[in-house]
Design a protein around this ligand. Structure first.
Ligand SMILES: Nc1ncnc2c1ncn2[C@@H]1O[C@H](COP(=O)(O)OP(=O)(O)O)[C@@H](O)[C@H]1O
Ligand SMILES: [Mg+2]
Length: 381
C-alpha cells in the first residue's frame, strides 16, 4: 500500500496538501503574462508548488513549461548550459516542431546538434566547454522561446545562486532579457532570504519591482492537521489531533520535516492500530540519527566562534538583540563584534536566518540536533 505522506518525487494530487490560494496566485500571475518571485526558507514547498501548478490544466494545456534548478551552477556559462539542455529535453517530450526550431535557432552551438536517422529527431550533445559565448547562446535560447507557438513558463529554482557567479552584470543581463520577452513568463524561486530579498526588494537592483512576490508560509494548521488525521484514518490507522499538532509545533510548520515524520510514522504503524506519541518520538530520534552524519560534517567546518553563536541561538530558539550585553553574558560569548562577524558568516552560509531582527536557525532539525549535542538526554515531544 502506498504511503500518503510523499517525500520524494511528484506528489499525486490527492496527497498534495492545501496551497489552493498560493496555486491560484501563481496561475493567475502567469496566465496574465506576469512574472513571479517565490520566496520561503528551504523545504517549505516552493518546488512542489511550481510542479503542482504546471500540472494544472490552466497551465499545462496552453503553455510550454520549463523547470530549471540552478543551485549547483557557478557561472553564467553553466547557467546557460543547464538552461539549454533543459529546454532541449523538455521540447523533446513536448513538441517536435519546436524542437526543430530550437535546433535551427541555436547557431552559436549548432555543431552540437545532430540527427538520429532512425527516430527522425534531432539529437543534442552539449558539453559545458562547448559554450564559448554564453551571452550569445542565452540570447538565442530566449529568442527561440519568444517565437514559440504557445506561451512559455520558465522557472529558475534557487535563483539566488546567480548572485554567487563571478561575473558582475548577471542580474542586469537577465533582467534586460526578461523585460523584452512577451511570450515567456518567469518564476524565480529562492530559499536564501537575505539574498533573494535584496535582489527583489532593493531599489538599486535590476530585478526591483519586476515581479509579483509570493512569500510561501507554512501550510496552515487548520489545513495540515486534518490532512494528517484524514490519511491515517483512510488507511485504517489513527493519530490524535493533539500529537499531529505537537509535530507541527516542533518543526514550526516546516513542510518537509512534518511530512518526513508522518511518512516514517505511518510506515511504522500497522493497519488497525494507532500511531502513538512513542512512535513519533522514535521517528524523530531516527531522523536525528539519520541526519547526524551530514550535520557532523557541516559542523566540523564551522569555526568555534560561529559555533558558539549557533549553540546560543539554538538554545533560545528565536533570539533577539544578539549583540546586546545581556545575550553575550547569558551565553558566555566573546564580544559584540565577535558575535556580529560570526552572525554575518552564518547568514552567508544560510545556517542562520533573520526576520524582523529576530535570529533563528532555519533548519529546524539542525536546531534540534544542536540542542541535543548540548544536552544529550533532551527529549522533544
Ligand atoms: N503541498 C504539499 N503537500 C504535501 N507535501 C508537501 C507539499 N509541499 C511540499 N511538500 C513536502 O515538502 C518537501 C519539500 O518541498 P519542496 O517543494 O522541495 O521545498 P522547497 O522547494 O521550498 O525547498 C517535499 O519533498 C514534500 O515532501
Ligand atoms: Mg526547492
Amino acid at each position: 500500500m502506498n504511503n500518503p505522506f510523499v517525500i520524494t518525487g511528484d506528489i499525486p494530487e490527492q496527497y498534495f496538501c492545501d496551497r489552493r490560494e498560493e496555486s491560484g496566485k501563481v496561475i493567475r500571475t502567469l496566465s496574465h503574462g506576469g512574472n513571479l518571485c517565490l520566496i520561503s526558507p528551504r523545504r517549505m514547498g516552493k518546488s512542489k508548488l511550481v510542479r503542482h501548478c504546471y500540472n494544472k490544466p490552466e497551465i499545462s494545456s496552453g503553455h510550454y513549461t520549463f523547470y530549471i534548478d540552478i543551485l549547483h551552477t557557478s557561472s553564467l556559462r553553466e547557467f546557460t548550459y543547464v538552461f539549454g539542455l533543459n529546454v532541449f529535453e523538455t521540447l523533446h517530450s513536448q513538441s517536435r516542431k519546436m524542437l526543430m526550431a530550437f535546433a535551427q535557432g541555436l547557431k552559436s552551438i549548432s555543431a552540437r546538434f545532430g540527427f538520429d536517422p532512425v527516430s527522425g529527431t534531432p539529437t543534442f550533445s552539449l558539453e559545458l566547454g562547448d559554450i564559448s559565448r554564453p551571452e550569445f547562446t542565452l540570447t538565442e535560447i530566449f529568442g527561440c522561446l519568444e517565437k514559440a507557438d504557445k506561451p512559455c513558463v520558465v522557472t529558475f529554482d534557487e535563483f539566488q545562486q546567480i548572485t554567487r557567479y563571478p561575473e558582475s552584470n548577471i542580474e542586469a543581463l537577465l533582467r534586460a532579457h526578461i523585460q523584452h520577452l512577451s511570450n515567456v513568463h518567469f518564476v524565480f524561486a529562492g530559499s536564501e532570504r537575505h539574498l533573494v530579498s535584496e535582489m527583489f526588494f532593493s531599489s538599486a537592483r535590476p530585478f526591483y519591482n519586476s515581479t509579483s512576490i509570493l512569500e510561501l508560509r507554512p501550510i496552515a494548521t487548520d489545513e495540515y492537521i486534518p490532512f494528517v488525521c484524514h490519511w491515517f484514518q483512510a488507511r485504517q490507522r489513527s493519530v490524535s489531533e493533539e500529537d499531529a499538532r505537537s509535530i507541527y509545533r516542533l518543526f514550526d510548520g516546516n513542510t518537509y520535516y512534518m511530512q518526513k515524520t508522518f511518512h516514517e510514522a505511518f510506515a511504522n504503524t500497522p493497519q488497525g492500530e494507532a500511531c502513538t506519541l512513542e512512535t513519533l518520538r522514535a521517528t524523530i530520534n531516527d531522523m536525528l540519527e539519520e541526519a547526524s552524519d551530514v550535520y557532523r560534517q557541516l559542523l566540523s567546518r564551522v569555526p568555534e566562534r560561529q559555533k558558539e553563536l549557533l549553540y546560543a541561538i539554538s538554545k533560545d530558539g528565536k533570539a533577539q538583540k544578539i549583540m546586546s550585553a545581556d545575550f553575550i553574558r547569558r551565553h558566555a560569548l566573546a564580544s559584540s563584534s565577535a558575535v556580529q562577524s560570526a552572525a554575518r558568516k552564518l547568514l552567508d552560509l544560510d545556517m542562520l536566518a533573520v526576520d524582523d531582527s529576530t535570529y533563528f536557525i532555519p533548519d529546524t532539525l539542525l536546531r534540534m540536533y544542536l540542542n541535543r549535542l548540548r544536552k544529550p538526554d533532551q527529549t522533544f515531544l
